[in-house]
Design a protein around this ligand. Structure first.
Ligand SMILES: Nc1nc2c(ncn2[C@@H]2O[C@H](COP(=O)(O)OP(=O)(O)OP(=O)(O)O)[C@@H](O)[C@H]2O)c(=O)[nH]1
Ligand SMILES: [Mg+2]
Length: 247
């Protein structure tokens, strides 16, 4: 069994295999893994932690792929955690994520990891939070966390991420009412993806009645992605300012 100090050092040097190994331990709620994460606790981190959530199929993974391209162009190291909260889903969804993010699969500065709940109630948030901490310790500048924003896990992303981006597809209609007390409440930024569809404008306008930052995108071709990056940056700066004033 590997010594705790050795594994910790490998993580802080950004050793990808050590990162994967530790996250696997955390998913299994392994006590050794938990102890290693605790020891990473005190390390400083400058990482931006961005939650990308929204209804299934809205285009979250496609958007993440495009955001990753932009962050890589800025020279940032990007960690992606695709969190699968719906246990009945098979490996198909995970494989789909991999295929859509294929452009980054061979980039050593992009780490992509799917995480599943494995039936541990409430264990998901903990394992995800711990995995974020591992990526922070491994020197990732931007950590993108994809979650499906339905069901009881809806609110958990706000505890894990600094900036929450809610992704929706056009044609929400009456769903906006239902979203007000849920997804829209936690959104720092709403992205109306699939803006190539004719009903996108109506959805953007309807949402602007409720949220101040609504950005249309076509994740398939990258349209609107820079506006999303700018809005995330602006929110991140706001957090830093608030933090500075408080201390
Ligand atoms: N027309 C159109 N289709 C898109 C756009 N972005 C994504 N899609 C398609 O929408 C489907 C779902 O995209 P994903 O990125 O997998 O969506 P997701 O929200 O990650 O889906 P889940 O992880 O399964 O919840 C795919 O077939 C994409 O090709 C877009 O801007 N326009
Ligand atoms: Mg996805």
């Amino acid at each position: 069994m590997e010594n705790m100090e050795v594994l910790k050092n490998r993580i802080t040097y950004g050793d990808v295999r050590a990162v994967s190994k530790l996250i696997t331990m955390l998913e299994a709620q392994d006590p050794f893994g938990n102890a290693v994460v605790k020891s990473l606790d005190s390390l400083p981190s400058q990482a931006s932690i961005i939650g990308i959530t929204g209804y299934p199929g809205a285009g979250k993974s496609t958007l993440i792929d495009q955001l990753t391209t932009c962050y890589r162009a800025e020279g940032k190291k990007v960690g992606i955690l695709a969190v699968d909260t719906s246990s009945p889903r098979t490996g198909g969804a995970i494989l789909g994520d991999r295929i859509r993010m294929q452009s980054h699969w061979s980039d050593e500065h992009v780490y992509i990891r799917s995480m599943a709940t494995r039936g541990h109630h409430g264990g998901l948030a903990k394992a995800t939070g711990d995995a974020i901490q591992v990526l922070e310790a491994a020197g990732y500048d931007v950590i993108l966390v994809e979650t499906v924003g339905v069901g009881q896990e809806e609110g958990q992303i706000i505890d894990l991420a600094q900036t929450v981006v809610v992704v929706v597809a056009p044609g929400l209609g009456d769903d906006i009412q239902a979203m007000k007390a849920g997804l829209l409440e936690i959104a720092h930024l709403v992205v109306v993806n699939k803006a190539d569809r004719s009903d996108a404008d109506a959805t953007v306008h309807a949402l602007r009645n409720w949220v101040s930052h609504v950005i249309p995108t076509i994740a398939l071709n990258g349209e609107g992605i820079h506006a999303v990056i700018d809005a995330i940056d602006a929110h991140q700066r706001k957090i830093v300012e608030q933090h500075t004033y408080r201390s």
